[in-house]
Design a protein around this ligand. Structure first.
Ligand SMILES: Cc1cc2nc3c(=O)[nH]c(=O)nc-3n(C[C@H](O)[C@H](O)[C@H](O)COP(=O)(O)OP(=O)(O)OC[C@H]3O[C@@H](n4cnc5c(N)ncnc54)[C@H](O)[C@@H]3O)c2cc1C
Length: 458
């Protein structure tokens, strides 16, 4: 049976390790930090459960459901209620419900009459071919106009990608827009057609107790195979497989494996010394140049009777034109009532991103104070928080900018030349947890069927 090394124990590597182990492979999982989970993780403090990253999962392929079932925690993964579908955007200081279909787009208060009329012209605008290097802002501006960009797309991109629509490539971010333009000649017409065709909406699911539930399941399942505080420094190709050099508390060690699964973020690829013998392959270190955006998640707890706003939704997005520090706020306890003690509410705000990258270096006190100030202006919350928590990630999400296609093409060329090396990437256009788990499933399938160099980046 093949020996497989998995490098990185975020959700991607831990899922791959578990699935491989379950299928009978001899697997070792190496993780540089002192915990499994990477970007994902929960903190339970004073009766509040706060997340350092993901809250909701769009499990359209069912991969997360299959993982939870295989771990024996299927009952913990639940479809989220209708409340999570309602999202707000701040418009001139006021909260407005975000339109979710063409009809509600024309009723929304997030756009002026002229903004709506401009958006309504979208089906009449000829489809453009050669859109290769267009940014998200370019395609949205071209098809829907400046207002849709500034009031709806800019805050969506800041909150979900931590980047800006001007910087990110439409090839990787909101790529449905580009696909619909090419297939149907119009995003609106294509969108209506695909809504009619779709027999069911993708399932939005979550672990209501916190994402720690799935991480704990994986940690328990990988007790023998998981090596924490173990930094992989070198991956060396040998005739009989790959030699991995890693450093841990007990010194530097070397082990040989038949197959290696890389499950680290792009930036980490530039710190690993890849030695492929006489071949000069630059794709992995080149991918390491992918820029990442930082984030600080500031969670505040309040006594519920001191908050006037009903907080009846998943949360609110804040466009840059509102000139606030917050990129978005998740009404965590509205969707997950058990994440705050009875009589309290929990709000988790996202700060930083490429809009305000330096904010994440501010002290906890300053971040809390500034979050409070914005929440007071937008939601009218004047009460003092009864709880606060700050989680920072300096390299939170990959930025698929206009140079990304070149980097990924080079990476693909490198991986195509190597066998026995697979990559699960959170920098190939989607960083969603179910997508990463799906890639782990695919790697198991490929190793089983003898296809050796699956790379999931593009
Ligand atoms: C603020 C935020 C909110 C998010 N919200 C959502 C959401 O709502 N829904 C959703 O689906 N997704 C969301 N995401 C995205 C999702 O959380 C991430 O894409 C996913 O968790 C990444 O998992 P990963 O395993 O690919 O990488 P990571 O979590 O980055 O894990 C990689 C691991 O590799 C380790 N490592 C690195 N180098 C080495 C080395 N040389 N040797 C050994 N180990 C190494 C690292 O220590 C790390 O633990 C969010 C992300 C962020 C930051």
């Amino acid at each position: 049976m093949k020996r497989v090394a998995v490098i990185g124990a975020g959700i991607a590597g831990a899922s791959a390790g578990f699935l491989l182990k379950n299928a009978g492979y001899e697997v070792q999982v190496y993780e540089a930090s002192n915990r499994l989970g990477g970007c994902m993780g929960s903190y339970i403090i004073d009766g509040f459960t706060v997340e350092r990253g993901p809250h909701l999962f769009m499990d359209s392929s069912g991969s997360l459901r299959r993982l939870a079932d295989a771990l024996g925690i299927g009952d913990e993964l639940k479809e989220v209620g209708a409340i999570a579908k309602r999202r707000y955007v701040v418009c001139d200081g006021n909260l407005t419900v975000i339109p979710t279909n063409p009809q509600s787009m024309f009723a929304t208060q997030a756009l002026s009459t002229s903004g709506k009329l401009r958006a309504a012209l979208e089906p009449l605008i000829p489809a453009q071919k050669n859109t290769g290097s267009e940014s998200v802002a370019d395609i949205v501006r071209r098809r829907f106009g400046d207002e849709v960009l500034a009031n709806l797309i800019d805050p969506l991109i800041s909150a979900t990608q931590l980047g800006t629509a001007e910087d990110l490539s439409s090839r990787y971010v909101l790529r449905g827009l580009r696909d619909l333009e090419q297939s149907d000649g119009s995003v609106i017409i294509g969108g209506i057609r695909s809504m009619r065709k779709r027999d069911q909406n993708p399932k939005t699911v979550a672990f209501p107790k916190g994402s720690w539930v799935v991480l704990e399941g994986l940690r328990e399942a990988l007790k023998q195979e998981l090596h924490l505080n173990t930094l992989v420094r070198r991956v060396r190709r040998r005739r009989d497989g790959y030699q991995i050099s890693f450093g841990s508390n007990s010194g530097i060690h070397v082990e040989t494996f038949d197959h290696v699964v890389l499950a680290v973020p792009a930036w980490a690829l530039s710190y690993i010394d890849f030695d492929f013998g006489d071949r000069t392959l630059t794709g992995l270190s080149g991918a390491g140049k992918t820029p990442y955006a930082p984030a600080a998640l500031v969670s505040l707890g309040f006594e519920a009777d001191q908050i006037e706003h009903p907080l009846d939704g998943f949360g609110m997005l804040i466009p840059s034109r509102e000139r606030r520090r917050l990129l978005a706020t998740i009404f965590a306890s509205s969707v997950f009532p058990d994440r705050a003690p009875k009589g309290s509410i929990l709000l988790t705000s996202i700060l930083g991103g490429t809009r305000r990258p330096f904010d994440i270096s501010l002290s906890d006190e300053t971040l809390v104070r500034r979050t409070q100030a914005d929440l007071s202006k937008i939601l009218g919350i004047e009460a003092k928080p009864v709880f606060s928590h700050v989680a920072r990630q300096e390299q939170a999400l990959a930025q698929c900018d206009r140079n990304h296609h070149e980097r990924l093409t080079d990476l693909k060329n490198t991986l195509d030349k190597l066998s026995g090396l697979s990559l699960i990437s959170n920098f190939g256009g989607s960083a969603s947890v179910p997508w990463l788990v799906q890639q782990a499933e695919q790697i198991l399938h490929d190793i089983k069927s003898g296809k050796n160099n699956r790379q999931c980046a593009t």
